[in-house]
Design a protein around this ligand. Structure first.
Ligand code: ZN
Length: 171
């Protein structure tokens, strides 16, 4: 297993639209394992393949306290949604930024697991928010794009400045 580098906003590769997964081979199992390790190490509760520069429709998540309930969503589709909820979101690609985003409250998702088996999942609360956040990544969308242009530009310059500081401090 290996830790994968996580793309940082405003990296343009975060705006790549992911392609459906067609082959459920050993390379895919390896990517799932590496993404899970990367997410747990970060630490985060969700990670989309887009964030590790792999542009396929793959998401890993784990909302459990013990970090032992890995959820893998491949080729996810929201087939029903209702209600709305506001939640303070963060993102491994936009570290240190937490902002409120309004999304659907209840969703029903159809997806495949790492072996290609289809399943259906009803989600609400944080699970629903997390799935919608990660599915946005697969569409090339980062959560800060829900904010006002003013707020987004402020975050963008902060992130660029932060990246320059990291460069300065590494030898
Ligand atoms: Zn994110």
């Amino acid at each position: 297993m290996a830790l994968l580098p996580i793309l940082q906003y405003p990296d343009p590769r975060l705006h790549t639209v992911a392609k459906p997964v067609k082959v459920f081979d050993q390379a895919l199992q390896q990517l799932v394992a590496d993404m899970a390790e990367t997410m747990y190490d970060a630490p985060g509760i969700g990670l989309a393949a887009t964030q590790v520069d792999q542009h396929i429709q793959l998401i890993v998540m784990d909302l459990s306290k013990e970090k032992n309930e890995l959820l893998v969503l491949i080729n996810p589709k929201i087939i029903a949604q209702s209600g709305s909820q506001e939640y303070e979101e963060g993102c491994l690609s936009v570290p240190g930024i937490y902002e409120n985003v309004t999304r659907a409250e209840f969703i029903t998702v159809e997806a495949q697991d790492a072996t290609g088996k289809s399943f259906r999942l009803d989600a609400d609360g944080l699970l629903s928010v997390c799935i919608q956040h990660e599915m946005d990544h697969l569409k090339g969308k980062v959560f800060v794009e829900y904010l006002s242009p003013l707020k987004r530009n402020r975050i963008r310059s902060k992130m660029v400045k932060h990246a320059r500081e990291i460069e300065r401090n590494s030898y």
